[in-house]
Design a protein around this ligand. Structure first.
Ligand SMILES: Nc1ncnc2c1ncn2[C@@H]1O[C@H](COP(=O)(O)OP(=O)(O)OP(=O)(O)O)[C@@H](O)[C@H]1O
Length: 594
């Protein structure tokens, strides 16, 4: 049962209407928790403590509609919008509406070029086939894994103006995009390509995978207007690209998602890449997941697309069957969302591959197996919070400290990381970072008596546009040739950059970082520390899945059995109208607004 708190009640006090106050207070509270709106059903079902008793949704809605500050349409400028039993702050309803309408415009405009694009596919048939002529064995794979979803995603990316490609770690999202780009460049060598990701770190990783095209952050792509929440690129001044590809799209909040879509003109294709099972943005909204969930069944395709794709597949066992056929009239995003199923990085039968799947599907039998043995070659669960295991892991930081070359030291530092679920408390970020400093001091590896000390690793916590440093950038402190202690970073072009640490006060020590901040990064090994007590809604399976999938080689989890099981049992639910409104659009209830 949730309760209101003071801040939200104070916000509600601005509104004179007595009946509206508790609703206003709740809408704000929900936004703070990441929801786009307040789902009135939660009040009716008793999931939220509420001062008035309502017996039906219509009773609640009738009360709200009578309020002059509540509108049922975007066209009016009241601060609240009531739509389909959900109450929004007007701005968030506008964001959601922009997203729905822009996607609709992109999809509707596909029919204009459809015949031409089919001709292109046929013209480049041999080249497409050569990109996917993998002879690797499909033995031991599930029926789903046997299908080359990368081929499916590439063909749809060629045909569509809007495509979502989702998949777990190492399923080939970047590989697919790089093949699609190769194809598009062959078709049109002058094609204008825009690549971006929500954070600088994620953009850098994309740059490493896609050589030749230079990715940037979404903010930089849209061009920030200093001191404004708006961007230079918008519906009136759309991005001048033929194709825009956004990686790590699960991290984008509703406001940025709307602004991005607003800046995509009908002439531009948009491809969103991400892992729908990962944590959503810190701010409100889980748009990427919401869009993926508009489909009852993932990978739903219309019969003509199935025929076209099957014409590229020789092996009968790998062909798409009627099981994947969907009725477009019942699913507006069919043909537009593809989930890649086969991880090339992890074996799904053991280690990180098996454990991460078990987390996301809350497979208690498999989780219990991992807990019972406590160990496999990649996963180690330490329910005793053993100080020795902690010390052993932390000692691996010695590698970067002993490395003289700064670039190599940065590289070595970024191979391992301690990941915390929370900031406060014995197993929170602050305490763990201090514990690591104490251990490294004791080993004689650092001397952390002063704030700025040799080899201190730091993470930037705000954007320093003038210095070219961005929230999430990681550096280490080392002296320059004049023996002045500088913070050293590597930029997206792998160039070293040194900045006086006193100029970047909004930064913190980063031997350990929060799981939220680690999104978009990868390490060889991670040590995940969960708090030893319940009582935080932060501990969810999406959080743990995100942490576990940051590692390529090894994961150690320090957590009690109870906390681990309850974390995996809890899933993130964020209210939005995306699914309902998309499905309603089929019945031509075109979102009640322009
Ligand atoms: N079809 C394929 N055949 C062989 N190897 C592949 C194929 N697709 C991907 N790989 C390899 O698998 C690894 C992971 O691929 P990729 O980086 O494209 O996945 P991803 O989904 O973008 O991963 P993540 O986002 O988790 O980093 C890479 O080493 C890539 O070369």
């Amino acid at each position: 049962m949730q309760t209101l708190n003071n801040v939200h009640e104070q916000f509600a006090e601005f509104f004179k209407a007595e009946k509206l106050k508790p609703f206003a207070s709740l809408v704000l509270k929900k936004l703070g928790e990441g929801h786009i709106c307040l789902d009135l059903k939660e009040i009716l079902n008793g999931e939220i403590e509420f001062p008035s008793l309502y017996h039906s949704l219509s009773e609640m809605e009738n009360d709200l509609i009578k309020e002059p500050l509540v509108s049922t349409s975007i066209d009016n400028k009241q601060p609240f919008v009531l739509f389909k039993s959900k109450l929004y702050l007007q701005r968030y309803f506008v964001y959601e509406t922009i997203i729905l309408k822009r996607i609709q415009v992109l999809i509707n405009s596909e029919s204009v070029d459809f015949t031409y694009r089919i001709e292109l596919i046929n013209k480049h048939r041999e080249f497409i086939a050569s990109l996917f002529s993998s002879d690797d064995s499909r033995e031991g794979l599930s029926a789903d894994e046997r299908i080359d979803w990368q081929l499916v995603a590439t063909i749809l990316g060629l045909l569509n103006n809007f495509t979502i490609i989702t998949g777990g770690p190492g399923t080939g999202k970047t590989t697919t995009v790089s093949k699609l780009l190769e194809l598009l460049k062959r078709i049109d060598p002058n094609i204008r390509i825009g690549l971006a990701a929500p954070t600088g770190k994620a953009a850098m990783r994309l740059a490493e995978s896609l050589q030749g095209d230079q990715p940037t952050t979404i903010h930089r792509m849209l061009k920030t207007i200093y001191g404004s929440i708006h961007f230079k690129h918008n519906q009136q001044n759309p991005l001048k690209y033929d194709i825009v590809i956004i990686d790590e799209a699960s991290m984008i909040d509703v406001a940025l998602f709307a602004k991005l879509l607003d800046a995509i003109g009908p002439e531009t294709r948009l491809i969103l890449l991400g892992d729908k099972d990962q944590l959503s943005s810190v701010e409100a909204g889980s748009l990427f997941r919401d869009l993926c969930q508009t489909q009852e069944k993932v990978n739903s395709l219309s019969s003509n697309k199935i025929d076209l794709i099957n014409s590229f597949i020789a092996n009968n066992e790998a062909k798409l069957t009627d099981n994947f056929m969907s009725d477009k009239s019942a699913n507006p995003l069919s043909d537009h969302i593809i989930e890649l199923k086969r991880s090339r990085r992890f074996d799904s039968t053991k280690g990180i591959g098996k454990f991460s799947r078990a987390i996301i599907s809350n497979n208690s039998v498999e989780i219990e197996d991992f807990l019972k043995s406590g160990y496999d070659e990649q996963i180690h669960i330490d329910t005793k919070y053993s100080p020795d295991i902690f010390r052993e892991f932390v000692k691996s930081y010695e590698a970067y400290i002993q490395e003289d070359d700064i670039r190599s030291a940065l590289n070595k530092f970024n191979k391992i990381r301690v990941l915390c679920a929370v900031r406060e408390g014995k197993f929170g970020l602050y305490h763990i970072n201090t514990a690591i400093e104490t251990l490294l001091n004791a080993e004689g590896l650092i001397d952390s008596q002063t704030e700025f000390y040799m080899n201190r690793p730091i993470i930037i916590t705000k954007n320093y546009y003038d210095l070219g440093l961005f929230n999430g950038d990681i550096g280490i402190l080392r002296p320059d040739s004049n023996n002045i202690l500088m913070a050293w970073f590597e930029d997206s072009e792998k160039q070293l950059k040194a900045v006086l640490p006193q100029l970047i006060v909004e930064s913190e020590t980063v031997y350990a970082m929060t799981i939220h901040k680690s999104q978009g990064s990868e390490y060889d090994e991670v040590l995940i520390v969960l708090p030893d007590h319940e009582g935080t809604h932060i501990l969810t399976r999406e959080l743990l899945y995100t942490a576990v999938t940051r590692a390529k080689l090894k994961v150690i989890i320090q957590s009690s059995e109870n906390i681990l099981l309850s974390t995996i049992d809890r899933t993130v639910k964020r209210a939005s109208g995306i699914k309902d409104r998309f499905n309603d659009s089929i019945q031509n209830d075109l979102w009640a607004c322009n």
